[in-house]
Design a binder for this molecule. Sequence first.
Ligand code: NAD
Ligand code: TYD
Length: 347
Amino acid sequence: MSKILITGGAGFIGSHVVRLFVNKYPHYEIYNLDKLTYAGNLENLKDIEASENYNFIKGDIVDQDFVQELFQAHKFDSVIHLAAESHVDRSISNPTEFIFANIVGTVNLLNVAKSIWDEDGNNIFYHVSTDEVYGSLGNEGLFEETTPYDPRSPYSASKASSDHLARAYWHTFNVPIKISNCSNNYGSHQFPEKLIPLMINNIQHNKSLPVYGAGENVRDWLWVVDHARAIDVVFHNGKIGETYNIGGHNEWKNLDLIHLLCDIMDEKLAREEGTSRELITFVKDRAGHDMRYAIDSSKIEKELGWIPSITFEQGLEQTVDWYLENKEWLDRVTSGAYQEYYSAQYQ
Ligand code: NAD
Ligand code: TYD
């Protein structure tokens, strides 16, 4: 029996990771630790919440005493750490919040792992990170595991810092870490402040579609379930102390992607072709907007045999269908209704 603490499990990617681990490994005890911020939502895990091997704990990783007491009480064997503030635009309006959640929160977890785990204990501290730590690419090239860090937003700087700290705890204190750096995820249960669910939500409500700058920036999109599969593979088969890049070989200019989404939505909503594209509005560019992200994921493909399981067309279609079938979810997360409900339930 392995006791695994998954942080941020009520969020977008975390909920997919929790679901995969709870269903695939009934002999593991999964503990989901989440503060339930605006981005975290237990509705995301309704389908597995009654599973015998699943436990939820509401708490804040920034609270050092709480983290220490939790570890003392449960003696987790491993940690898969996803809890973070995750949106670049929010990090521009409130950088300090990102320093606390992403840096101090990670150090609190690393400190307690360092103090509780024996050197031969077969433990894993898996830090889930982003390709944004590598900075911004021009037209050519891909981020490799050896690409020097060059973070440019408060979000990516906070994630770069927590990556460095995880590596420092491995080199200095032998805390058995693994890191993966993944490209932009899309799929069900993503808070509609990120590009794809925001556009789907706005198209549904006939609201304008804000394109930052000229819409020329490029992102490499990966289906969230494929990211969860990659995390499973790295957790079980990746080498201690190593980093793995995860990506979709799927680069899109923002404007091309928004056009595609508009066309899919016109068809799904039986609107006349071109209707949704009329909602596109070019707005002021994001400050310090990274031009292009693209991942070389050959290491995880060659060493661990992971590849994405579906095409972007399939993933996007499934994603659009999910948001259309779950309008109530969208309405509740955007109105803060879930947050109110769950904060009353978990004081
Ligand atoms: P998200 O914002 O959807 O979810 C984050 C979760 O962390 C939420 O449930 C929130 O309640 C929880 N949380 C935040 N602060 C906390 C705290 N102080 N204590 C406890 N819980 C807290 O984020 P996401 O998109 O699912 O990203 C998850 C992780 O994956 C993050 O570490 C992010 O940096 C990384 N990542 C995200 C992407 C992406 O495209 N979304 C890509 C690569 C890596
Ligand atoms: P986002 O989903 O915020 O992810 P990230 O900034 O971490 O890559 O944004 C994806 C891209 O879409 C990014 O280039 C910014 C752009 N964007 C818009 O043009 N309009 C929007 O309303 C949002 C949220 C993002």
